[in-house]
Each structure stands twice: as structure tokens, then as C-alpha cells.
Design a protein around this ligand. Structure first.
Ligand SMILES: [Zn+2]
Length: 189
């Protein structure tokens, strides 16, 4: 996997691009946390579930169908998230589904069971440019961990920063300026 902190970068970039009117902060926050959920499968790994099993690391929890079901369920709280159900659904699906897709660009471990339950095949992207993150915390705080962070900065954070910057700029350019003061007071100093 990329490090756990890198997965929320995708919903964050979508949020910056579309702005708080479409994606309110509460929904954005839930999306960022939800983007980390698929890696809960490491708990099974620590309790003896084999990495390569369907329920192993990068298996079922990383599939697009589980991302969709989780998004549909989490979106039931749409009123608290201050959006409509459809907006909550597609944003949370992108947030969670992007996790497995990002993992597929890493250069280690097994592939990702993106198509489960239709297929248990593990997939990798054609370009595996992201250094895979070590699973243990101890191993992460090492030279290897530093290399992983550098690789994620170049291949994930930087492109997303550009997308969010350009997207946010276009959105602001397209947003009409605020109308005249509704109270009718002259708006001049
Ligand atoms: Zn993962």
C-alpha cells in the first residue's frame, strides 16, 4: 500500500477541486477517513489470515464492489453530511474505491482484488511506480520508509496538488461574482 496518510489525498484533491458548496467539509472529512478503511484487512493478516486469501490483505476490502456497498451505506447519513444522497454516494465511492486503485500502482506485495466477488484475480496497474510501504510501524521508520514517502510525494501528492490547484482555479473562474446587496444599500465605499 501507499502509506495510510496518502489515501486521503484523493478525496482531499476532489474536495479542493469542487469546493465546499458541492462537497461540504463534513462529507470531505468522512471521505478522507473512509479512504483508509480498506487497510483494516491488516487486522486479519495479524490474526493468521493468509495474504493471498480472498479475505487477506488487498483482497475483499479493496474491491470496487465493497467500496460501492460501503459508500451506499455510509451515505444513509447524508442529512448529517449536509448533502443529498446521490452526492454522498458518488463522492464516498470515489474516496473508498480509489484506495485499491492507488495500491495497484505500488511495486510490491500481491495485486488488488478489484473485481471481487466476480473474480478473485489480483490486479496491478500497467505502471507500478509507487514504492510499496512496509506493513510494520518499526520498518516504516527507516530509510525504506523515507524512500516510500519520497515516491508518494512525486507520484501521488504532486499530481493531485496540480489537479486540485488547476481544478480549484477553474471552479473559481466559473463561479459568478456575488450579486448586489439584497438589502439594496449602495455597495460603494
Ligand atoms: Zn491498501
Amino acid at each position: 500500500m501507499p502509506t495510510l496518510l496518502t489515501h486521503p489525498a484523493v478525496p482531499l484533491a476532489v474536495g479542493i477541486t469542487l469546493g465546499r458548496k458541492i462537497l461540504p467539509p463534513r462529507l470531505l472529512l468522512v471521505g478522507m477517513v473512509a479512504a483508509m478503511l480498506p487497510d483494516l484487512d491488516v487486522v486479519g493478516l495479524q490474526h493468521g489470515v493468509a495474504y493471498a486469501a480472498a479475505y487477506g490483505h488487498r483482497g475483499v476490502t479493496h474491491s470496487l464492489s465493497i467500496a460501492l456497498v460501503t459508500a451506499l451505506l455510509l451515505s444513509l447519513t447524508y442529512r448529517r453530511l449536509k448533502v443529498n444522497y446521490t452526492t454522498a454516494c458518488w463522492f464516498l465511492f470515489i474516496s473508498i474505491g480509489s484506495h485499491g486503485v492507488l495500491d495497484a500502482f505500488t511495486n510490491g506485495g500481491l495485486g488488488i482484488a478489484l473485481a471481487w466477488p466476480f473474480s478473485e484475480q489480483r490486479y496491478f496497474a500497467p505502471w507500478r511506480v509507487i514504492e510499496v510501504s512496509p506493513l510494520g510501524v518499526e520498518r516504516f521508520f527507516s530509510v525504506r520508509g523515507w524512500e516510500v514517502l519520497q515516491s508518494e510525494a512525486v507520484w501521488v501528492w504532486l499530481p493531485l496538488l496540480v489537479v486540485a490547484g488547476v481544478g480549484g482555479f477553474i471552479r473559481r473562474s466559473l463561479t459568478p461574482p456575488p450579486g448586489p446587496d439584497p438589502r439594496g444599500a449602495p455597495n460603494q465605499g
